[in-house]
Design a protein around this ligand. Structure first.
Ligand SMILES: [Zn+2]
Length: 335
Protein backbone atom coordinates (compact mmCIF):
# COMPACT_ATOMS: atom_id res chain seq x y z
CA UNK A 1 0.00 0.00 0.00
CA UNK A 2 1.41 3.31 -1.07
CA UNK A 3 0.19 6.67 0.04
CA UNK A 4 -0.38 9.43 -2.46
CA UNK A 5 1.86 12.30 -1.59
CA UNK A 6 0.77 15.68 -2.84
CA UNK A 7 3.19 18.27 -4.06
CA UNK A 8 0.78 20.43 -5.99
CA UNK A 9 2.08 22.86 -8.57
CA UNK A 10 0.74 26.32 -7.87
CA UNK A 11 0.89 27.65 -11.41
CA UNK A 12 -1.38 26.26 -14.09
CA UNK A 13 0.47 28.02 -16.87
CA UNK A 14 1.60 24.70 -18.31
CA UNK A 15 -1.91 23.28 -18.33
CA UNK A 16 -5.19 24.07 -20.03
CA UNK A 17 -6.75 25.02 -16.72
CA UNK A 18 -9.45 23.14 -14.89
CA UNK A 19 -12.45 21.30 -16.32
CA UNK A 20 -11.05 17.82 -16.82
CA UNK A 21 -14.02 15.43 -16.69
CA UNK A 22 -11.64 12.52 -15.90
CA UNK A 23 -13.02 10.18 -18.53
CA UNK A 24 -9.71 8.42 -19.17
CA UNK A 25 -6.45 7.53 -17.51
CA UNK A 26 -3.36 7.83 -19.70
CA UNK A 27 -0.25 5.85 -18.85
CA UNK A 28 3.23 7.15 -19.68
CA UNK A 29 6.81 6.36 -18.93
CA UNK A 30 9.26 9.16 -18.29
CA UNK A 31 11.89 7.76 -20.68
CA UNK A 32 14.51 9.18 -18.31
CA UNK A 33 16.77 6.32 -17.21
CA UNK A 34 19.19 8.50 -15.26
CA UNK A 35 19.91 7.51 -11.72
CA UNK A 36 17.76 9.56 -9.39
CA UNK A 37 15.17 10.36 -12.08
CA UNK A 38 12.49 9.16 -9.70
CA UNK A 39 9.04 10.42 -8.78
CA UNK A 40 10.40 13.08 -6.47
CA UNK A 41 12.72 14.51 -9.08
CA UNK A 42 9.90 14.63 -11.62
CA UNK A 43 7.58 16.22 -9.11
CA UNK A 44 10.27 18.81 -8.39
CA UNK A 45 10.68 19.43 -12.09
CA UNK A 46 7.00 20.31 -12.30
CA UNK A 47 7.06 22.40 -9.14
CA UNK A 48 9.93 24.49 -10.46
CA UNK A 49 8.07 25.16 -13.70
CA UNK A 50 9.00 22.69 -16.36
CA UNK A 51 11.01 24.15 -19.20
CA UNK A 52 9.11 21.85 -21.50
CA UNK A 53 5.50 22.62 -22.25
CA UNK A 54 4.28 19.59 -20.47
CA UNK A 55 2.44 18.67 -17.32
CA UNK A 56 0.96 15.53 -15.83
CA UNK A 57 -1.01 14.65 -12.75
CA UNK A 58 1.00 11.89 -11.07
CA UNK A 59 4.50 10.49 -11.16
CA UNK A 60 5.11 7.07 -9.75
CA UNK A 61 8.28 5.18 -8.95
CA UNK A 62 9.01 1.98 -7.08
CA UNK A 63 8.57 3.70 -3.73
CA UNK A 64 6.03 6.45 -4.02
CA UNK A 65 3.23 8.18 -5.87
CA UNK A 66 3.39 11.96 -6.04
CA UNK A 67 0.53 14.10 -7.27
CA UNK A 68 1.39 17.40 -8.97
CA UNK A 69 -2.00 18.53 -10.23
CA UNK A 70 -5.50 17.82 -9.01
CA UNK A 71 -7.44 15.48 -11.24
CA UNK A 72 -9.73 18.22 -12.53
CA UNK A 73 -6.82 20.06 -14.16
CA UNK A 74 -6.34 19.53 -17.89
CA UNK A 75 -2.66 18.70 -18.11
CA UNK A 76 -0.58 18.60 -21.28
CA UNK A 77 0.83 15.12 -21.62
CA UNK A 78 -0.97 13.34 -24.44
CA UNK A 79 0.35 15.21 -27.45
CA UNK A 80 -3.11 15.52 -28.93
CA UNK A 81 -3.66 19.24 -28.57
CA UNK A 82 -7.16 19.84 -27.35
CA UNK A 83 -8.10 16.23 -27.86
CA UNK A 84 -9.45 13.84 -25.26
CA UNK A 85 -5.97 12.83 -24.12
CA UNK A 86 -5.09 16.28 -22.84
CA UNK A 87 -8.57 17.51 -22.06
CA UNK A 88 -10.28 14.47 -20.60
CA UNK A 89 -7.66 12.22 -19.13
CA UNK A 90 -5.52 11.93 -16.04
CA UNK A 91 -1.85 11.54 -16.90
CA UNK A 92 0.39 9.17 -14.97
CA UNK A 93 4.14 9.00 -15.55
CA UNK A 94 5.89 5.80 -14.50
CA UNK A 95 9.55 6.38 -13.73
CA UNK A 96 12.18 4.30 -15.50
CA UNK A 97 15.23 5.49 -13.53
CA UNK A 98 17.95 2.87 -13.67
CA UNK A 99 18.34 2.86 -9.89
CA UNK A 100 14.69 2.00 -9.40
CA UNK A 101 12.73 -1.21 -9.72
CA UNK A 102 10.55 -0.84 -12.81
CA UNK A 103 8.20 -3.70 -11.96
CA UNK A 104 7.47 -2.22 -8.57
CA UNK A 105 6.92 1.17 -10.13
CA UNK A 106 4.39 -0.44 -12.49
CA UNK A 107 2.69 -2.11 -9.53
CA UNK A 108 2.37 1.23 -7.76
CA UNK A 109 0.97 2.77 -10.93
CA UNK A 110 -1.57 -0.04 -11.15
CA UNK A 111 -2.68 0.68 -7.58
CA UNK A 112 -3.06 4.32 -8.38
CA UNK A 113 -5.07 3.54 -11.51
CA UNK A 114 -7.40 1.30 -9.53
CA UNK A 115 -7.97 4.06 -7.04
CA UNK A 116 -8.64 6.65 -9.74
CA UNK A 117 -10.97 4.33 -11.66
CA UNK A 118 -13.10 3.93 -8.59
CA UNK A 119 -12.96 7.59 -7.69
CA UNK A 120 -14.06 8.81 -11.14
CA UNK A 121 -16.01 5.78 -12.30
CA UNK A 122 -13.63 5.09 -15.17
CA UNK A 123 -13.87 1.73 -16.94
CA UNK A 124 -10.85 -0.45 -17.69
CA UNK A 125 -11.26 0.22 -21.43
CA UNK A 126 -10.58 3.88 -20.68
CA UNK A 127 -7.21 3.10 -19.12
CA UNK A 128 -5.03 3.76 -22.14
CA UNK A 129 -1.51 4.20 -23.36
CA UNK A 130 -0.15 7.59 -24.35
CA UNK A 131 0.26 5.99 -27.76
CA UNK A 132 -3.53 5.90 -28.13
CA UNK A 133 -3.68 9.71 -28.40
CA UNK A 134 -0.65 10.64 -30.44
CA UNK A 135 0.92 7.44 -31.70
CA UNK A 136 4.03 8.02 -29.61
CA UNK A 137 5.78 4.83 -28.46
CA UNK A 138 4.86 5.43 -24.84
CA UNK A 139 4.83 3.75 -22.35
CA UNK A 140 7.75 2.19 -24.17
CA UNK A 141 8.78 -0.61 -21.82
CA UNK A 142 5.25 -1.74 -21.10
CA UNK A 143 4.54 -1.75 -24.82
CA UNK A 144 7.42 -4.01 -25.72
CA UNK A 145 7.61 -5.93 -22.45
CA UNK A 146 11.40 -5.78 -22.47
CA UNK A 147 11.57 -5.29 -18.71
CA UNK A 148 9.65 -8.43 -17.95
CA UNK A 149 6.26 -6.80 -17.60
CA UNK A 150 4.03 -5.71 -20.44
CA UNK A 151 0.81 -3.80 -20.98
CA UNK A 152 -1.38 -6.86 -20.49
CA UNK A 153 0.38 -7.59 -17.22
CA UNK A 154 -0.25 -4.04 -16.15
CA UNK A 155 -3.96 -4.25 -16.98
CA UNK A 156 -4.01 -7.54 -15.07
CA UNK A 157 -2.57 -5.80 -12.03
CA UNK A 158 -5.19 -3.09 -12.34
CA UNK A 159 -7.93 -5.68 -12.41
CA UNK A 160 -6.43 -7.47 -9.38
CA UNK A 161 -6.68 -6.43 -5.80
CA UNK A 162 -4.54 -3.68 -4.39
CA UNK A 163 -5.18 -0.56 -2.46
CA UNK A 164 -3.84 2.90 -1.82
CA UNK A 165 -4.31 5.44 0.89
CA UNK A 166 -6.47 8.37 -0.04
CA UNK A 167 -4.57 11.59 0.59
CA UNK A 168 -6.19 13.63 3.28
CA UNK A 169 -5.73 16.91 1.47
CA UNK A 170 -7.64 15.74 -1.56
CA UNK A 171 -10.80 15.73 0.51
CA UNK A 172 -10.40 19.29 1.65
CA UNK A 173 -11.27 22.21 -0.57
CA UNK A 174 -8.41 24.54 0.24
CA UNK A 175 -6.15 23.33 -2.52
CA UNK A 176 -8.82 22.79 -5.15
CA UNK A 177 -9.58 24.89 -8.21
CA UNK A 178 -7.76 28.11 -8.01
CA UNK A 179 -7.75 29.02 -11.66
CA UNK A 180 -4.74 30.64 -13.22
CA UNK A 181 -4.89 34.30 -12.43
CA UNK A 182 -2.49 35.44 -15.10
CA UNK A 183 -3.71 38.19 -17.33
CA UNK A 184 -3.63 38.06 -21.11
CA UNK A 185 -0.91 40.69 -20.90
CA UNK A 186 1.27 38.57 -18.63
CA UNK A 187 0.76 35.52 -20.82
CA UNK A 188 1.66 37.57 -23.89
CA UNK A 189 4.89 38.63 -22.23
CA UNK A 190 5.63 35.01 -21.44
CA UNK A 191 5.01 34.05 -25.05
CA UNK A 192 7.40 36.74 -26.22
CA UNK A 193 9.94 35.46 -23.68
CA UNK A 194 9.64 32.05 -25.33
CA UNK A 195 7.94 30.32 -22.42
CA UNK A 196 5.13 28.86 -24.49
CA UNK A 197 7.05 27.70 -27.54
CA UNK A 198 5.56 28.31 -30.94
CA UNK A 199 3.03 26.88 -33.34
CA UNK A 200 0.97 23.95 -32.14
CA UNK A 201 2.95 23.81 -28.93
CA UNK A 202 1.99 27.36 -28.07
CA UNK A 203 -1.63 26.62 -28.87
CA UNK A 204 -1.56 23.67 -26.56
CA UNK A 205 0.10 25.58 -23.80
CA UNK A 206 -2.27 28.51 -23.89
CA UNK A 207 -5.39 26.46 -24.43
CA UNK A 208 -8.56 28.50 -24.57
CA UNK A 209 -6.63 31.72 -24.08
CA UNK A 210 -4.54 31.20 -27.20
CA UNK A 211 -6.45 33.55 -29.51
CA UNK A 212 -6.56 36.40 -27.06
CA UNK A 213 -2.92 36.05 -26.05
CA UNK A 214 -1.75 35.69 -29.64
CA UNK A 215 -3.57 38.86 -30.55
CA UNK A 216 -1.91 40.72 -27.71
CA UNK A 217 1.49 39.31 -28.69
CA UNK A 218 1.06 40.61 -32.22
CA UNK A 219 0.08 43.98 -30.90
CA UNK A 220 3.08 44.10 -28.64
CA UNK A 221 5.46 42.98 -31.33
CA UNK A 222 4.07 45.37 -33.89
CA UNK A 223 4.15 48.11 -31.29
CA UNK A 224 0.64 49.20 -32.02
CA UNK A 225 -2.67 49.31 -30.30
CA UNK A 226 -5.39 47.11 -31.67
CA UNK A 227 -6.50 48.49 -34.97
CA UNK A 228 -10.18 49.08 -35.39
CA UNK A 229 -11.60 46.53 -37.74
CA UNK A 230 -12.35 48.01 -41.13
CA UNK A 231 -16.05 48.62 -41.32
CA UNK A 232 -17.68 46.01 -43.42
CA UNK A 233 -19.52 47.65 -46.23
CA UNK A 234 -22.25 45.97 -48.14
CA UNK A 235 -21.72 45.09 -51.79
CA UNK A 236 -24.44 47.61 -52.59
CA UNK A 237 -22.49 50.39 -50.93
CA UNK A 238 -19.33 49.36 -52.71
CA UNK A 239 -21.14 49.31 -56.04
CA UNK A 240 -22.34 52.85 -55.45
CA UNK A 241 -18.85 53.98 -54.51
CA UNK A 242 -17.32 52.26 -57.50
CA UNK A 243 -19.81 53.86 -59.84
CA UNK A 244 -19.02 57.18 -58.22
CA UNK A 245 -15.39 56.62 -59.15
CA UNK A 246 -14.20 56.11 -55.59
CA UNK A 247 -12.32 52.91 -56.36
CA UNK A 248 -10.65 53.89 -59.59
CA UNK A 249 -10.38 51.57 -62.56
CA UNK A 250 -8.63 48.40 -63.61
CA UNK A 251 -5.95 47.20 -61.23
CA UNK A 252 -6.52 50.08 -58.83
CA UNK A 253 -10.14 49.08 -58.50
CA UNK A 254 -9.20 45.46 -58.00
CA UNK A 255 -6.82 46.43 -55.25
CA UNK A 256 -9.24 48.78 -53.62
CA UNK A 257 -12.13 46.31 -53.56
CA UNK A 258 -10.01 43.32 -52.65
CA UNK A 259 -12.00 40.18 -52.12
CA UNK A 260 -15.21 42.06 -52.92
CA UNK A 261 -14.03 42.96 -56.41
CA UNK A 262 -15.75 40.16 -58.28
CA UNK A 263 -19.03 40.53 -56.42
CA UNK A 264 -19.08 44.27 -57.04
CA UNK A 265 -18.18 43.90 -60.70
CA UNK A 266 -20.87 41.28 -61.15
CA UNK A 267 -23.48 43.72 -59.93
CA UNK A 268 -22.08 46.52 -62.08
CA UNK A 269 -22.07 44.28 -65.12
CA UNK A 270 -25.57 43.09 -64.34
CA UNK A 271 -24.42 39.56 -63.76
CA UNK A 272 -25.11 39.43 -60.09
CA UNK A 273 -27.84 36.89 -60.33
CA UNK A 274 -26.34 34.87 -63.13
CA UNK A 275 -24.33 31.97 -61.90
CA UNK A 276 -20.67 32.69 -62.38
CA UNK A 277 -19.49 30.35 -65.05
CA UNK A 278 -16.12 31.41 -66.24
CA UNK A 279 -14.97 29.95 -69.52
CA UNK A 280 -18.05 27.89 -69.87
CA UNK A 281 -18.40 28.56 -73.56
CA UNK A 282 -19.12 25.32 -75.31
CA UNK A 283 -15.93 24.11 -76.84
CA UNK A 284 -17.49 22.46 -79.82
CA UNK A 285 -15.65 20.81 -82.64
CA UNK A 286 -12.10 22.10 -82.45
CA UNK A 287 -10.83 20.14 -85.42
CA UNK A 288 -13.06 21.13 -88.25
CA UNK A 289 -12.09 23.84 -90.72
CA UNK A 290 -15.70 24.48 -91.54
CA UNK A 291 -17.47 27.34 -89.78
CA UNK A 292 -20.78 25.65 -90.50
CA UNK A 293 -19.71 22.41 -88.86
CA UNK A 294 -18.26 24.30 -85.94
CA UNK A 295 -21.44 26.34 -85.38
CA UNK A 296 -23.47 23.16 -85.55
CA UNK A 297 -21.22 21.55 -82.98
CA UNK A 298 -21.91 24.36 -80.53
CA UNK A 299 -25.61 24.38 -81.49
CA UNK A 300 -25.60 27.78 -83.07
CA UNK A 301 -27.60 28.67 -86.15
CA UNK A 302 -25.19 28.19 -89.07
CA UNK A 303 -27.34 29.88 -91.71
CA UNK A 304 -25.77 32.56 -93.86
CA UNK A 305 -27.94 35.19 -92.20
CA UNK A 306 -26.71 34.29 -88.75
CA UNK A 307 -23.11 33.96 -89.88
CA UNK A 308 -23.36 37.48 -91.30
CA UNK A 309 -24.63 38.68 -87.95
CA UNK A 310 -21.84 36.90 -86.10
CA UNK A 311 -19.28 38.26 -88.53
CA UNK A 312 -20.48 41.80 -87.95
CA UNK A 313 -20.30 41.22 -84.21
CA UNK A 314 -16.70 40.10 -84.52
CA UNK A 315 -15.66 42.99 -86.71
CA UNK A 316 -15.63 41.19 -90.06
CA UNK A 317 -17.00 43.68 -92.51
CA UNK A 318 -19.06 42.96 -95.64
CA UNK A 319 -19.39 39.28 -94.89
CA UNK A 320 -20.27 37.43 -98.06
CA UNK A 321 -19.27 33.94 -97.08
CA UNK A 322 -15.83 33.79 -98.69
CA UNK A 323 -13.52 31.07 -97.43
CA UNK A 324 -11.12 33.59 -95.90
CA UNK A 325 -14.00 35.31 -94.08
CA UNK A 326 -15.25 31.95 -92.88
CA UNK A 327 -11.79 31.02 -91.63
CA UNK A 328 -11.55 34.37 -89.86
CA UNK A 329 -14.95 33.97 -88.28
CA UNK A 330 -14.09 30.44 -87.16
CA UNK A 331 -10.97 31.69 -85.46
CA UNK A 332 -12.86 34.48 -83.70
CA UNK A 333 -15.63 32.16 -82.61
CA UNK A 334 -13.22 29.74 -81.09
CA UNK A 335 -11.58 32.56 -79.16
ZN1 LIG B 1 4.01 9.53 -22.69
Amino acid sequence: MVAIKQQLVASRSLTSGVGNPCNYITIHETANTNKGANAQSHANLQSKGNSRLASWHYQVDDKEIIQSFLDNVRCLHAGDGRGKGNMESIGIEICVNSDGNFKNAVKNAAELVKYLMKKHDIGISHVVQHSRWSGKDCPHNLRDGSKGINWNDFIGLVKGTAGVHVPSQEVGSAVITKPSSKTIDQLADEVIAGKHGSGAQRKQSLGSQYEAVQKRVNEKLLGSQPKPKPATKSIDQLVKETLAGKHGNGEARKKSLGSNYQAVMNVINGKASAPKKAASKPKGNMKTNSIVDYLKSIKVDSSFTNRKKLAAKHGIKNYSGTSSQNAQLLKKMRG
